[in-house]
Unconditional design. Structure first.
Length: 325
């Protein structure tokens, strides 16, 4: 028996319990891994609260990201063997000391990347990859706005976008977070607590606006994010840390300049094995070359996941946080 965080009824951080579980052996196409680190992400909160329903109902273990060592492999698994260092995004259930994962969801971690870094960067880093390299092709002519610039995805995206030559504008809620973001590629930062971010974007861009706005905040930044775009610009809503948008008005896109809007999710971008390997491979490459630095700013014991969730929801964390089983 091993331990895992389990949620029997969705709710606040106190809904998570540290319990013994029986993992079982891997079936065909599966692998059992001993986890060495687990990534913390806001999507974990969405599942814990019930905003995103767990696929198999309750009880369940939260978590979509982790790294560890292959223990045993099931029938038909040929690309992995016991002892391999692996990392993954999905399926749900990462908050555990050991777990069984579909083999086609695991990627081998390069020797130059340690387990904590791998666990903390897979979901956030591949999210940054699809946002900057697929949802919108960022390049030297791009001016972009990234909300929550000091968050886990934001710090990765800032470095990557700056490397691609873009003009990178960000928002954050404190002077400390603003300085952190500036050290990670952002040329312009806006304190949304003391400034009107839409007005500041107009000033920074000399009235032109941005080509693309990346918005993981949701309720608090809508519809202001639309006012930051140039005509025919793209609003990328990829999260809702402040709450869901409940009154989206499609007509606003026409009124504010024939804008485009999309609500992407990483899992659609890595659904095939080919896409997973390509996305992860590009992420590993920029990290190994030092283009993107992954900094673990907070560590918690996995048993203390409830405290980690409280700190995350109260915006006390910056950058990447990992849970140690």
């Amino acid at each position: 028996m091993v331990h895992a965080i389990r949620v029997h009824e969705t709710g606040g951080p106190e809904a998570m319990r540290w319990e013994q579980v029986d993992v079982g052996e891997p079936g065909p196409g599966e692998v059992r891994i001993r986890q060495t680190a687990v990534g913390l992400n806001f999507i974990d909160v969405y599942f814990r609260t019930g905003l995103y329903p767990a696929p198999n109902g309750t009880p369940f273990s939260p978590g979509n990201e982790g790294a560890g060592i292959v223990q045993t492999v099931g029938e038909g698994v040929t690309h992995l063997k016991p002892g391999d260092r692996v990392a993954y995004v999905g399926p749900l259930g990462a908050y555990a000391q050991e777990r069984v994962v579909p083999a086609d969801r695991l990627v081998i971690v390069p020797d130059a990347i340690d387990d904590k870094t791998a666990a903390g960067m897979m979901l956030k880093g591949m999210t940054a990859q699809y946002l900057l390299r697929q949802t919108f092709k960022v390049g030297p002519q791009t001016t972009l706005l990234f909300h929550a610039a000091a968050g886990g995805v934001g710090l990765i995206a800032g470095q990557w976008a700056a490397h691609l030559g873009a003009t990178v504008i960000g928002t954050a809620g404190s002077d400390e977070k603003i300085e952190l973001a500036k050290a990670h590629g952002y040329q312009h930062m806006i304190n949304y607590r003391t400034e009107n971010f839409a007005e500041r974007v107009k000033e920074i861009t000399a009235g032109k606006g941005c080509d693309v706005v990346y918005d993981s905040v949701g309720k608090d930044t809508y519809p202001g994010s639309l006012d930051c775009l140039k005509p025919r610009g793209l609003w990328v809503s990829f999260g809702q840390s402040s709450g869901p948008i409940t009154d989206f008005n499609l007509a606003l896109l026409a009124q504010k300049g024939s804008l485009y809007a999309t609500r992407p999710t990483l899992f659609n971008y890595i659904a095939s094995r080919e896409d997973l390997e390509s996305t992860a491979g590009e992420l590993f490459d920029v990290v190994e070359k030092g283009i993107v630095r992954i900094e673990i700013n907070q560590e918690y014991r996995l048993a203390d996941a409830s405290q980690a969730h409280q700190d995350l929801e109260n915006r006390k964390t910056t950058g990447t946080t990992v849970l140690i089983p």
